[in-house]
Design a protein. Structure first.
Lengths: 367, 164
């Protein structure tokens, strides 16, 4: 066979520009839908993350020869049973702790402001003495300015917390309890056809590139998300148990919060431990108690850094701390708490997309 | 009631895979597993399915139509060295080599191919060892028959050069 044929490259410069525009439009659409509609779509987002995490389990059960609907139902029943057992055993205690904290918030606010005024008076006295001794330095108002801004921030913070406690009321969370399981069930059931459908939309020239892109995201994010959830559960349990042993009030509430905020890298652990210390300061005011709590959180941090992270998330996403913090700040600015949680995964997906495009441009000298 | 891919389409794929001579010793369950990672693609006449020097990431089965195996540089004239016919597997090198493909595969007329991603295939044969042995054995048989064909071709070529 010695016939010849003209070989037209898969990747042409004109196609590439068109494709880049399409990719940018799709990205803008996805980002703007998530940004503008994230409140009504929250349950779908949460369901997507949960079903993504449960996918491996469902697939494994299905491979044993079970029909997918039954496999999904089995997973739902098991998780439902675990959650019910957890809620029955710990739910009432957690709710009563949250109720007490909500009731005492105005009292805490007053206490904090009193303490600030006390410190302010002390420092003001110190400043006047200082100015009398060194009149050459003139009038320095550092202390007043600093403490004024601190007390303003504290007042603002407490007001925010008071309004937050209404946001987290049963009425606003109730739809999530209905919609999240509903969406999760159907996403798990249809996951394969959703994936196949998405792949079928991709032009032929990007078929293999897109499959590779999905594989890389799955490989990195799957480990990252799964790892972080396991990390949160361990941190939450350790914090709650430690605080219970130290006899700290609201140990379960602090443990749950410390576990949840742990999804935000770097800032999460800081917020969790600060919350515990502030509550101990306001409740007992005893510095020895504060010190004990501080040691507990340092120990948990060490366990996390030396044991949990290397074992659970070691091979997952490795991003420079500066970029992680920047991503979290931008995420917080755009989408609030959800943005902070999703910052690193979104950064990672964007990086993989850009890397794939860069690979094509480089291999085919399209620049 | 699936939202995205109609059931008939996946039934049709299963039927095709079942009748493929390379997959004939697979059980119904194994065919179903293979179908789960199979993607149906349609290519137009002269469209490049696999481009040489590109990393090969998928193995393909020709579902409908034919394709040419072409050697030559992109955006130039290439020489057709082989033809791929309905039911044949191509791109199987992707499974064993991390090297880019050395030839182009170009659609001859409008064709339908089934693409299976390399790592999905890898995961499948590691997960289901029995199915893995069957698939790899069949691919090895295919490769050895191709090697025999090339040997004969080379022998004929060298014989004709010796004569002249």
């Amino acid at each position: 066979m010695n016939e010849s044929i003209i070989i037209t490259s898969k990747y042409q410069k004109k196609n590439l520009i068109y494709d880049l525009i399409v990719i940018v439009i799709i990205l803008i659409l996805v980002i703007s839908i998530s940004y503008f509609l994230y409140k009504p779509l929250t349950s779908l987002f949460i369901a997507a993350i949960i079903s993504y995490l449960l996918l491996t389990v469902v697939d494994r059960i299905e491979r044993l020869g079970v029909i997918r609907v039954i496999a999904v139902s089995i997973v739902f029943l098991v998780i439902g049973a675990i959650l019910t057992a957890g809620i029955i055993n710990l739910g009432p205690l957690l709710l009563s702790q949250i109720d007490t904290i909500q009731e005492r918030l105005p009292q805490y606010k007053e206490l904090t402001l009193n303490k600030i005024t006390y410190i302010k008076d002390k420092l003001y006295y110190f400043q006047t003495t200082f100015n009398k001794r060194f009149p050459i330095l003139g009038e320095i108002h550092v202390v007043e300015n600093l403490l004024d801004s601190i007390s303003k921030t504290a007042t603002h913070g407490f007001n925010e917390l008071l309004s937050l406690s209404t946001v987290f009321s049963v009425i606003s969370i109730l739809p999530l309890f209905i919609f999240v399981p509903f969406f999760t069930f159907f996403l798990l059931l249809e996951s394969r056809s959703i994936k196949k459908y998405l792949i079928s939309l991709v032009p032929n020239r990007y078929f293999e590139v897109f499959l590779n892109f999905l594989y890389r995201i799955d490989n990195q994010l799957g480990k990252y998300l799964g790892g972080i959830i396991i990390e949160c559960v361990i941190i939450g349990t350790l914090s709650a148990t430690g605080l219970y042993i130290l006899n700290v009030n609201y140990f379960l509430f602090i443990g749950v919060v410390a576990g949840i905020v742990n999804v935000v890298p770097y800032l999460g652990p800081l917020i969790g431990s600060s919350l515990a210390i502030i509550i101990v300061l306001l409740e007992s005011g005893n510095m020895a108690d504060v010190f004990q709590v501080l040691i507990l959180f340092v120990a948990i941090r060490l366990i996390d850094d030396l044991l949990i992270i290397p074992v659970v998330i070691s091979s997952a996403v490795k991003v420079h701390p500066v970029i992680v913090l920047l991503a979290i700040l931008v995420g917080e600015y755009l989408m609030g708490i959800i943005g902070m949680v999703l910052a690193v995964p979104i950064y990672e997906v964007t990086r993989i997309i850009l890397k794939e495009i860069q690979g094509i441009i480089y291999r085919h000298h399209l620049t | 009631m699936p939202l995205f891919v109609p059931k008939e389409k996946s039934k049709e794929l299963i039927e095709f895979l079942k009748n493929n001579p390379l997959l004939k010793d697979l059980t119904k369950k194994e065919i179903n597993e293979l179908e789960m990672i199979t993607h149906l693609r349609e290519y137009k006449n002269d469209e490049v399915i696999i481009q040489s020097k590109e990393p090969t990431l998928a193995i393909y089965i020709m579902k409908r139509g034919n394709a040419f195996v072409v050697m030559g540089s992109v955006e130039g004239k290439g020489e057709i060295i082989e033809k791929i016919e309905e039911g044949e597997i191509f791109g199987e090198m992707a499974l064993f080599e991390n090297e880019p493909c050395s030839v182009h595969i170009i659609a001859d007329g409008d064709v339908q191919v089934l693409g299976i991603f390399k790592y999905d295939f890898d995961a499948l044969i590691h997960r289901n060892k029995e199915l893995g042995i069957k698939l790899l054995y069949n691919i090895a048989k295919l490769l050895s028959s191709r090697l025999m064909r090339i040997d004969t071709k080379l022998y004929k070529n060298s014989a004709s050069t010796n004569q002249t």
